[in-house]
Design a protein around this ligand. Sequence first.
Ligand code: DOR
Ligand code: ZN
Length: 434
Amino acid sequence: MPEAVLFRGARVIDPSTGHDAEADVLVAGERVEAVGAGLDPQGAEVLECAGLVLAPGLVDLHTHLREPGAEHKETIATGTRAAAAGGFTAVSSMANTDPVTDHAGIVAEIRDKAAESGLADVFPVGAITKDLAGESMAELGEMVEAGVRMFSDDGNCVPTARTLRNALVYAKAFTAEVVIADHCEDASLVAGGHMHEGVHSYSLGLAGRPAEAEEIIVARDLAIAHATAGRIHICHVSSARSVELIRRAKADGVRVTAEVTPHHLVFTDDDLVGYDTRFKVNPPLRTAEDRDALRAGVADGTIDAIATDHAPHAVEEKESEFDQAPPGTIGLETALAAVLTHLVLPGVVELSRAIEAMSATPARILGATGHGGAIEPGRHANLVVFDPAETWVVEPPFASKARNCAFTGSELMGRVRHTMLRGSLTVADGKVSR
Ligand code: DOR
Ligand code: ZN
């Protein structure tokens, strides 16, 4: 149940308005009632926030919730629990479920489950092609009708230029707000590969997935978006040259947005020398030069958003041989702290820009109204409060059902204290409500 809460004396950072100053925030029912200095609690529960940051609840553009079909890895209940624990109030759930989210029936099923057991709002992503097979178009029309705004075959790359062109043209015909998101890896170049192709893949004896596999598809997608004036979103950018391609396309007026994951912003292929499957992800972790270019891309806005690609897998799946293990790392519970520790603390990205890339901007890309700010009277109270200075070591158990976390064992700075979804505390004092 929504309660009346007064967050007292936080540093309120609201990238959507540019607000960055100390204030009290009073919440009544589902909404923000007042923002200002020395507010009267009016009987509300008072949460002391001196030294803490209060920001819009985080929004993830790229979460694999695994339900329906792989509930042994994660469920809507456990995945949104992980989201709340990490300060997220909304997540965009990828379509590689089983059955695939390729028609309105599955969209409704996911939304119903989320409303019943979710600790965050779930915005289902629809598949571009039926069954993610890359051939015939999924039921885009009925899914748009059902409110879906993002389509992706993520896990798979849209295999042909013609299919991508059809999707961009088709999507644009419904509403200008629809976005096509692509997992950019050329299938012929990554076939059989398990990590970034380079000195480490040669010395480890593992087949590689070269950077150009991504860059070829990014270039293709940008050319088609330019030609069709369609809206393209590039998922989990991993290479320096991809950042440069996106930068130039933006200067050219192409309607492109892009995301990067915390793991690609922190780790490199150096981290794979112990064959640790926690670092096996698609696209793969690349070189320090790539990582630095991704950081610079976030700083200058070429990369719009930071998205987790939260990809839960069962312990026994990830414990197999490196070449057998499925790709992916969970990320919802560590995203904010990873960004604060590795981008904000060293001064690469301003705190307000980091928050924008994790809240206001993804909310805008997704059309997640009510999320990402503004923190103003009358708006839904979707908020996160975090301690920017608390350090902690990432260790299981997680709120997620999974444990395959690339950050396990890392010391991070910045910890979520409270998360509020429409006036209800989903996390209070660091504890998830259920
Ligand atoms: O590492 C990844 N895992 N990359 C993807 O694109 C898919 C994801 C998954 O579904 O496990
Ligand atoms: Zn992907």
